[in-house]
Design a protein around this ligand. Sequence first.
Ligand SMILES: [Zn+2]
Ligand SMILES: [Zn+2]
Length: 277
Amino acid sequence: MSAEPEPGEARRPAFTLLGSGGWIPTQRRETTCGLLSLPEALFIFDAGTGLSRMLEPRFREELAGSREVHLFLSHYHLDHVVGLFYLPGIFRGTAVHLHPPAADITGRDPEAMLATVIGKPFSPHGIGEMPLELLIEPLGGGSHQVAGMNVAVRRQQHADPSAGFRVDDLLVFATDTTSDEETAAFARGAALMVHEAWIDGIEEEDPETEHIAREAYVAHTSARQAAALAAAAGVGRLVLNHLNPLRGDGYHRQMLASAQKIFPATAIVEDGEWLEL
Ligand SMILES: [Zn+2]
Ligand SMILES: [Zn+2]
C-alpha cells in the first residue's frame, strides 16, 4: 500500500515492523526495526537485523523519490545496531541521517559508541568512512524538529538506558525499557504505540515462576504492563514488539490475549505488515 503514490495522491503515513523480535533473529521475526513512511521522510527506528528487509522490493521502493531518511537508535545492544553494518549495501546513493541517543540519555558519547560498533577489525570501514553519505546527528532528551516532524525523545530504564521516541501524534516507539508510568504520559493520545513485551506477566502470580518476572522486569516489560500503559495513555492502538525468540507462537498468542483483556486494541503483527496511521 505504501508504494509511490499516483500523481495528485498524497502519501498516507504508515508504519511497519521490519523486525518484531528481540535478541536473536528467527525465520519469522528479525530483530527490532520499525519503518515509519511519511509524506516527506522515512523514519527508521533501530537497526536490528530487520533492517535487512529494506532489500526486499516492496520496501526498496520506499527509497524511490527524494524523501529524507532518518535512522533513530534506541540504544547500543547488538540486536538493535547490527544493521549499521548493512548501511552501505542498503542505502548506497541515499543520504542517511543517523540519530544515536546523546550522552544525556545513555551516559555514553555517541560518536565513540558508533566507532566501537562500526570500526576495525569488526568492520572494513570506520563509521565515518563507510561508502555512503552518513550524517551523524545525536538526539538528546526533549523535542526536536526532524524533517518537519516533531520528534520527542525521552530516557528509559533498561539494562543500559535507552531512548523512547514520539513522532507528532502518530507514533510512540518504546522498546528495551522497563514498564514506566512516564511512558503513558509521554504517549498520551498517540495514534499508535509500539511497545516491547518480553513476557506475558502471568509469571508474577505463581511462586514457581515469579523469579522469571522479577528477572525480566529489571530491563523489560510484560504484555500486561504494556497494555496497561496503552490504556492509561489513551492511544489508538498498541503493537507488541521485541518478542522473545525463545518463546513459541502459543506463548505469544497468550501474551496477546492477556494484553487484549486490558487494552482491546492490541496487536501482534508479522514482520513487514503495514499499518495505516
Ligand atoms: Zn533488544
Ligand atoms: Zn536492549
